[in-house]
Design a protein around this ligand. Structure first.
Ligand code: TRP
Ligand code: ZN
Length: 507
């Protein structure tokens, strides 16, 4: 679903389509004065300069139903490769008159596509401008350009405003994919299963998807694995697992709007623990690897036991927890980081208290409100980092001001300061500055506007853009609204000036 609340800033060419006004009239955007074709191809990207082929244009996905069958690597000394077979049933609404449209899919081989129940023929990718006869599909896998596309040509063509169901059957060997900066992500094959963490555009390694946070949707999963393995996804089980002939199918339902990078379907030797609840009644389901070391298990158990108290604390500051459920997936294998997968973050090795607070805070900041462009990542990481500072402060540990002060300590001449968190670059998405200069920005903002406006702004931000995506400019507007101040100079210093900010922010 695309929200009508999204707003554009600074020249980004994302095709943000407000659905009202389209539809019945079938109006198309032909260049003025030309009799352009009525039906055109949807764009092969969402318009994000960092990841030009991530996401797609011309439609809005409503729902993904993913039926996956996964065989983890043999225990024998084999390469870390598994095998995945999937049937993705995708309900989408055309936002232009569609001749063709794309889905993102990397490293998987499509074996069958139907659109509106009608099979499409597999063909060679046509040259640009060439016509293809009849309902058809083709794949492009260009690793160098990071362009991984499945193009579907539906027949009949799909009129703007119409819903259509696309079913994609696919299979492949799962590997250990790398993101643009070389970190493991996507469907990461492990010894005993898979750690599935897809930020920023790794979901395309395991299902056909419009892989950009501007196209959120709901999800349902049926994940079949060898009996004894446990598959854990977002949301809650919608029926008990079923076992027959040595295979178990796990059913999960995620009814809240969700960005593609926040989907998971992790597989392992997990202990699925009994459900417990937050004070506000959010059911919490944890899956913890049965093979953690005693130390990892102690750390993890202590942190997970604090989840209800953390939900209470963040609800008191940021407003109601935004989704239907929560919990953790803790794997003994490691991708080297944790990810805030929606309702159920994934932790590698063990889950420390600070990390658990960080991933929980992302449910409000990043998940309920997502970055409209990856450039806006500081709104995710700055908030999650600052929220963990607030948690530690509330528990009587280091105060937020003390954390800010030690962040502020490095000399003016340190290389650290020459970094723009407002535009970190695709290789700088997870740079340390995005996290801690981002957190310091929020602390300074709190000092600038005062506690009351600061927390009112946080709640307004989440409420206004919930289920959608927004930019740094939108964020500034919210804080100008709640404070009545002009914050241009403030955000210039914090997001753009590549120097150490002047030291005027003390609570
Ligand atoms: N978003 C994750 C978090 O902060 C971190 C993350 C995702 C990451 N991908 C990464 C960190 C790659 C380092 C490298 O919770
Ligand atoms: Zn984070």
């Amino acid at each position: 679903m695309r929200t009508v609340k999204m707003r554009m800033a600074g020249g980004l060419a994302v095709a943000v389509v407000v659905m009202a006004g389209f539809g019945a009239t079938g109006a198309v955007a032909a260049p003025p004065g030309t009799a352009g074709p009525r039906y055109t191809a949807g764009s092969d990207g969402a318009g994000d300069p960092y990841f030009p082929y991530s996401g797609n244009g011309g439609y809005d996905v409503q729902h993904y139903d993913l039926a996956l069958t996964y065989t983890p690597p043999a225990m024998a000394p084999a390469p870390l490769q598994g095998s995945l077979t999937g049937v993705a049933t995708i309900d989408l609404v055309a936002t232009q008159d569609l001749d063709r449209f794309n889905l993102d899919l990397r490293g998987m081989d499509v074996t069958r596509v139907t659109v509106g129940g009608k099979p499409a023929a597999e063909v060679e990718a046509p040259a640009p401008g060439d016509e293809v006869d009849g309902a058809a599909y083709w794949q492009v896998q260009d690793d160098a350009a990071r362009r991984w596309e499945l193009t579907v040509q539906p027949r009949p063509k799909v009129k703007s405003g119409k819903s259509v169901r696309v079913v994609v059957e696919y299979r492949g060997t799962t590997v250990r994919p790398l993101d643009v900066e070389g970190a493991l992500y996507g469907w990461v094959t492990t010894r005993d299963g898979a750690i599935v963490v897809s930020e920023p555009e790794g979901s395309m390694t395991w299902y056909p998807v419009s892989d950009h946070p501007t196209d959120k949707a709901t999800y349902r999963f049926a994940i079949t694995v060898p009996a004894g393995k446990v598959a854990v996804a977002n949301g809650l089980p919608h029926k008990p697992a079923e076992t027959s002939d040595g295979w178990t199918t796990w059913f999960w339902d995620a009814p809240d709007q969700q960005a593609s990078y926040l989907t998971t379907a992790s597989v392992g030797d997990f202990e699925l623990r009994p459900t417990y609840t937050s004070t506000s009644g959010i059911p919490i389901v944890d899956a913890v690897d049965a093979n953690l070391t005693a130390n990892q298990l102690n750390t993890t158990n202590a942190s997970l036991a604090l989840q209800p108290a953390m939900i209470d604390f963040f609800e008191s500051r940021f407003g109601p927890y935004p989704f239907n459920s929560y919990g953790a997936i803790v794997d003994d294998d490691s991708v080297g980081y944790a990810l805030e997968t929606q309702t159920r973050p994934v932790y590698s090795g063990s889950a420390g208290q600070g990390t658990v607070a960080h991933e929980l805070a992302h449910q409000w900041f990043g998940n309920a409100v997502s970055p409209l462009r990856w450039q806006d990542i500081w709104l995710n990481e700055g908030w999650a980092t600052y929220a963990a500072w607030l948690w530690t402060d509330d528990r009587g540990g280091t105060t937020a001001q003390q954390a800010y002060n030690s962040w502020y300590a490095p000399a003016r001449t340190a290389a650290y300061w020459s970094f723009q968190i407002g535009d970190p670059g695709d290789l700088g998405l997870f740079a340390t500055q995005v996290y801690n200069r981002g957190a310091a920005t929020l602390h300074a903002l709190r000092v600038e506007v005062g506690d009351e406006a600061f927390f009112e702004g946080a709640r307004l931000w989440v409420e206004r853009f919930n289920d959608g995506a927004a930019t740094s400019a939108d964020f500034q507007s919210v804080y100008e609204e709640v404070s009545g101040e002009d914050l241009d100079a403030f955000f210039q210093i914090w997001l753009w000036d590549q120097v150490k900010p002047p030291a005027t922010w003390t609570l």
